[in-house]
Every structure is written in C-alpha cells, then in structure tokens.
Design a protein around this ligand. Structure first.
Ligand SMILES: Cc1cc2nc3c(=O)[nH]c(=O)nc-3n(C[C@H](O)[C@H](O)[C@H](O)COP(=O)(O)O)c2cc1C
Ligand code: SF4
Length: 666
C-alpha cells in the first residue's frame, strides 16, 4: 500500500490516490457493496445495473463495489427448493452461466474508463447451512444444517472457481464477504461455531475456513487482482467475538500474506447495532474498529464504513488514522455525484443521505422488487430508474409555466425537476417553510437528518430560480390568475379521523399536532395507533423523551411492522429505555374523560383502561385534494396534476418519485 500526492485543498486526503496491492484507487471514496437489485433481471449485470453503479463512478467515487455475487452452496440434489427462498442459498451460481464474465467485463471496462476501480464481492450468504446448527440471524428462528468437512471443502472451492471468472472479466479487486451473517462469519464466531474438529476451537482455528478461502483464491489470481476481506468489527451478540478477539483473528488471517485490504464495519442485520445504520446513529460511531485494525494490519489498506454521508466526516476519519479508505455507500445512492461536488467545492448542491434505509428495506424484501417496482431512494428518485431519467429528464422542448401548490416532498421535487428542465416555476406554500411532512419526521428524536432533505430542496430551488412564495394560499381562482400552463396540486394529506362512533374531538389530539409542537399533552398519555411505519414510535418517543408516561395501543400484532430490520433496533431500544408500555390487538371503541375502551382485534372481548390525561391518535393520513377538484370544476385549460400524498399517502420515496415524474411530464 502506498500513497502519492493528490488534489483538492479542502479534502486533501480524500482525493489522494492509494495503491492497494496491484490496484490503484484514484481516491479514498468507496461504494462498498450494496445489493440494491438495480438489474432488470435480479442478479445479472445488465444495462440498468451498469447505469446505476456507473453513475457513481462518473460522479467521482473511486472504488465501485456494486452488488454482491452469490456463490453456489452444496445443496443436496434431493432437497426440496422450499428450503431455500429468502435464505440466500444458491444451487447454480451466476458465475457459471454463459456470458457471465463478458457481462462483468463490460461493467469493469466502463468503470475503468472513468478512472475508478471495480471490486467484486464473493458471498456465501446462506442461512441454510453454517459452521454449526445455531441460527445466524437472531430475527429468524431458522436453524441451519451443520456442514461436514466434505461440504466445507466444496464451499471453499466455490470462491476460487468464482475468482477465476472475475479475473477473466478484468475486475480490479475481489472481496471475500465475512461479515453480515455470511457463512464465513459463522466460522469466526464463538457464538455460532461450536465445532470440535479442525474448523472450530480457539480464535486461530476459527479463522481456518477464511484462511483456506483466501489461499484458494490467491492461488488462482496471484498478484493480478487486489484481494481483501469484509469483516464485522464486533459481533454484539451474546457470546460473540468483540473487537479485541477480532484483532487477534485478523492477525492470524494476515499471516497468510494474501490480504491487500480489509473492509471493516460494525453491526448485524437485525435490531442493534445495525450495519446499515439509520439516522438514529451518529456518524461513523464505530470508527474505533477501523482505527484499531489499522494499527494491527500495517501495510494492508483499511476500509471503514458506517454512516459517513459527508466528505468532511470522511476527511476527518482519514486524518484521525481510522482508515485509509472510506465507505460512503448510501451517500452515493442519495447523490451519485457527491464526490465530484465535494472536489469542486459545490457542497451546497449535495443531496445528503438522510439515513431512512428505504434503499435496503426494499432490497431485502422478497415480495417488493419486481420488474415494475424496484428499490429506490427516498431523496433521489433516479435510483433504480437511471435509464428512464436519462431518456426523459433532459431540457424541455418548450418552456412552460408550472404552478406547484404545496411545498412538501412531492411539490418541491416537481418544482425542482421542472425548473431544471428549463420551465418557469412558481411554488406556493401556505406554511412558513418548505418540507411538509418531512418537517414532522425531523421533529422526532433521532431523525433530525430529515432536515437535510428540506435544506437540499431550498438550495436547489433557489439556484434554479424557482419563485417560492411562502405563507401563500391562493385558492383555485388565485392560482389560475397566475396563468399557468400546468398546475401540480401537491397539497398533501391530513390526519385520518377514526371511524369510532361518537368520538368527541375535544377528547383527543392528533399525533401530527404533537410532533409540530401544537398540542397540549398531559402527564399520562395513551397513543392509539392504526399506523405501521415510523409515525407511531416517533410520537411515543417524542412524548416519552419529554417526560410523559406513554402507553401505546396498536390495532394489530405490534407497532412498526413496516419498519425494516436494519432500523427497528434503535427505534425500539429508545421506547424500551423510556419504559413505554405496549398493548396489541386493540381497536378503539370509545374515549370518555381519560377512560378508553377497546375491542380486541382477535375476538369480541372489550378492554377498559383509565386514568389518562391525554389521548393521541396516530391513524395515518387521508389525501387533501380539494384544490385539484376545484380547479377541475373551474374548467381551466391548464394541465392539472394531483401529486404525492394529495393523490395517495405513502412514504417519502413515493412522494419524491411522483413529483419528479410530474416535473418530467410537462
Ligand atoms: C441497499 C443496500 C444493500 C446492501 N447490500 C450489501 C451487500 O450485498 N454486501 C455488503 O457487504 N454490504 C451491503 N450493504 C451495506 C453497505 O455496504 C454499507 O456497509 C452500509 O450501507 C453502511 O455504509 P453507509 O453508511 O456508507 O451507507 C448494503 C447496503 C445497502 C444500503
Ligand atoms: S433511501 Fe434513505 S438511507 Fe437509502 S440512500 Fe436514500 S436517503 Fe439514504
């Protein structure tokens, strides 16, 4: 590993090239592997895949880790397919398909043209078989098959066989995935590896599997490809290894002389800590793992990642000696051009990752990504749709006047995209600032990063010359007086009122008003919920943090059912720490002077709870489309659009996506 002098006065270290084995990385910014399922055909390297990951290389990211490549597992021929869906086990590997090396070569060539490097990750992500019959992922109760030594040797060979294909494709680096509950990590872990043969035992013996894998790959690739490993810095599960033990294990692995780089992060794929750290975590909180390993592994490049969304933080990590390379993966999803913007000092133009985890949430859901619905990013609607945007987001043929009503996510994005395409845009917002529901989200503890979305939109709209009129509500006639060619009604939604007969509005307040700081709430609070995402825990957290005694009554099995497994940890930890009490399967029947009656969701029984000072409702929201229908009735020639939650309330990603499409449509 050696460094030469680089450019960029503000981020001097960040833009220094680095030699990693035979691979020269042009700067320190890395897209660590992120399986966002960009390909049209899941798992293939095709045009949409290339468009997604190449955008980051073109945007200045030096190291492109793209998506993981699943290797084949020794699944017995007679075992039913039913065992494997969702467990990552693959019978026939992609790398054995005809044309595989050629498709990867096309990608690697395109990346090389930008000056960046391609590093491919080889993965046995396999909850079906492991070192011992101990469940790998605590969120699931799947017990894996314990591998015998023949199967282990077969598994080790899969890495070397795959490496040959990647070598043929001309990639610059190969990474062995040994973190995130992958099969090699099950060998490292004292909690998961209970073997008494040569593949288990003390710290050194538990590294045997990884050492054999590395030696096998090295034998095939020699010094033509940089070789490294991704490890979890500390297991944070009962009986798992800590950072000290990992350091010992990595020193044994390094003795093989095969390592050009080590990629370290901290966390697992459920609860906390999560390795895809949501907004609740500080930036680079686990940087000590990088720092410690960097000291131990002299001469081996050290990559650290974990919620680094800002070039300033990345520069600081390099300066503090925490790493040689910085993973900035979601930073590049939110804004593939962020690296170029940093180098050119265009920091105000940067669209920062807000740590909402929408990207990973949908990537790991088996039912979500289809040919028509792809994982995307809440703040960057281009993600997963790069080719569509390339074809449709160019300059408009004819300049038109667009009036956008409503400055929430959908309205701002419609205005931004339309203005970028050359249209004249007037944006009317009745509130004192832009942001809409994003401002409510950012009021909740641990979610202030959501402000970055509003700040990005404010900066963009100003730079693009959008005429933003705050505290302005014109009504249909006033809007038409502006002589628009098109009107985008992004008027948002309003909190849903329960269909509880006779419910007196004086007895309850809405969760939105609580988050907006506009509701009086007493000491003992009942939060009544018919909502499955962040709003219910956010309202409960907001109140509990302010010293209220909170009890949540939820309509179904438990709150937050729609929150991804990478984010749910800190959300629930906060509520548990605040001693929030949960009641499940409760449908509100009546509220009278702090006395609440519920019907069970699972039968006819009723339950009564008394002594509450306040009742807060979290029932989601319903569209507010009044202006759209008024305009329609007025019979205007202007083209009318109903956008975002004014059409149908969903999440932030749907709102920005919808807004952007309207901006492209006119
Ligand atoms: C959509 C998505 C998919 C991911 N898939 C993988 C994967 O296949 N292999 C892997 O090692 N890490 C994966 N990760 C984790 C990232 O490499 C990275 O460690 C994580 O996003 C935290 O870094 P960041 O804060 O810079 O985003 C994934 C992350 C995301 C957001
Ligand atoms: S979806 Fe959310 S977490 Fe993922 S990159 Fe976009 S802003 Fe960041």
């Amino acid at each position: 590993m050696s460094a030469t002098s680089g450019t960029g006065p503000r981020f001097r270290r960040l833009f220094e090239p680095l030699q990693v084995g035979p691979m020269r990385v042009p700067n320190r910014i890395c897209e660590t592997t992120n399986t966002i399922r960009a390909a049209q055909m899941p798992g293939f390297v095709d045009e949409p895949f290339i468009a997604h990951h190449l955008a980051k290389a073109k945007g200045g990211t030096g190291w492109i880790g793209s998506e993981t490549f699943l290797l084949n597992s020794p699944i017995p021929q007679e075992a039913a397919e039913e065992f494997f869906p969702g467990t990552g086990a693959v019978r026939v590997p992609l790398f054995a398909m005809p044309g595989f090396s050629e498709s990867v070569a096309k990608f690697a060539d395109a990346v090389r043209e930008t000056g960046a490097v391609t590093v491919c990750q080889l993965t046995q992500l396999n909850f079906t078989m492991a070192a011992s019959s101990v469940p790998l992922v605590e969120a699931y109760d799947w017990v894996p098959h314990e591998l015998d030594s023949e199967e282990i040797k077969q598994l080790i060979r899969t890495y070397a066989e795959a490496a040959v294909k990647f070598l043929e494709a001309g990639v610059d680096g190969i990474e062995i995935h040994c973190a995130h509950e992958t099969l090699p990590q099950s060998f490292l872990s004292p909690a998961l590896n209970k073997r008494s043969d040569e593949w288990g035992g003390d710290a050194r013996d538990r590294t045997r599997f990884l050492r054999e894998v590395l030696l096998g790959v090295k034998e095939q690739v020699g010094d033509r490809v940089a070789l490294g490993v991704r490890v979890n810095g500390q297991e944070t599960r009962e009986g798992g290894y800590d950072l000290l033990e990992l350091r010992e294990m990595m020193s044994h692995v390094a003795e093989t002389g095969t390592l050009d780089f080590v990629n370290v992060d901290v966390g697992h794929s459920w609860g906390g800590p999560s390795y895809v750290q949501p907004s609740y975590y500080g930036h680079a909180v686990y940087r000590e793992a990088g720092k410690a390993l960097k000291v131990d592994l002299e001469g081996i490049a050290l990559l650290f990642s974990g919620r680094v969304n800002d070039p300033g933080i990345a520069e600081q990590l390099l300066e503090q000696g925490c790493c040689d390379l910085v993973g900035m993966t979601r930073a590049g999803i939110a804004d593939p051009e962020f690296a170029n913007k940093a180098r050119e000092g265009r920091l105000q133009e940067m669209r920062r990752c807000i740590g909402c985890n929408r990207c990973i949430a949908k990537s790991v859901k088996d039912d979500a990504p289809t040919l028509f619905q792809k994982p995307t990013c809440s703040v960057n609607p281009e993600v997963g749709n790069e080719l569509f945007y390339a074809a449709n987001a160019g300059p408009a043929a004819e300049k038109k006047r667009l009036v956008v009503v409503g400055g929430g996510a959908a309205g701002c994005e419609a205005a931004r995209v339309a203005a970028k395409r050359g249209h004249e845009v007037i944006l009317l917002e009745r509130g004192q600032r832009l942001g809409g529901q994003v401002n409510l989200a950012s009021a909740a503890p641990g979610r202030d990063a959501y402000d970055d979305f509003r700040i990005f939109q404010e900066n963009q709209l100003e730079m693009l010359g959008v005429d933003v009129r705050l505290e302005t509500e014109l009504g249909a006639a006033g809007v038409l007086d502006l002589e628009p060619d098109a009107v985008a009604c992004a008027t948002g939604s309003v909190p849903r009122w329960p269909d509880t007969p006779g419910l007196d509005p004086a007895e309850v307040v809405q969760g939105w008003d609580v988050l907006a700081g506009q509701a009086e709430v007493g000491e003992r609070v009942a939060v009544v919920s018919q909502e499955d995402h962040f709003e219910t825990p956010n309202v409960a957290d907001y109140l509990a943090e302010r010293g209220r005694r909170v009890e949540v009554f939820h309509k179904w099995m438990g709150i937050g059912a729609e929150i991804d497994r990478y984010s749910i940890g800190p959300v629930m930890t906060r509520l548990v720490e605040h001693e929030v009490v949960f009641h499940t399967g409760m449908r509100l029947a009546s509220v009278t002077k702090g006395k609440l009656e519920f019907r069970s969701a699972f039968g006819g029984r009723t339950h009564t709870f008394e002594g509450f000072d306040s009742v807060v409702l979290v029932y989601g929201s319903v569209p507010d489309a009044r202006l759209y229908y008024e305009l329609k009735e007025a019979g205007t020639a202007a083209r009318l659009f109903l956008v975002g939650s004014a059409w149908v309330p969903r999440l932030l990603a749907e709102a920005t996506q919808h807004g952007a499409r309207v901006g492209m449509e006119i």
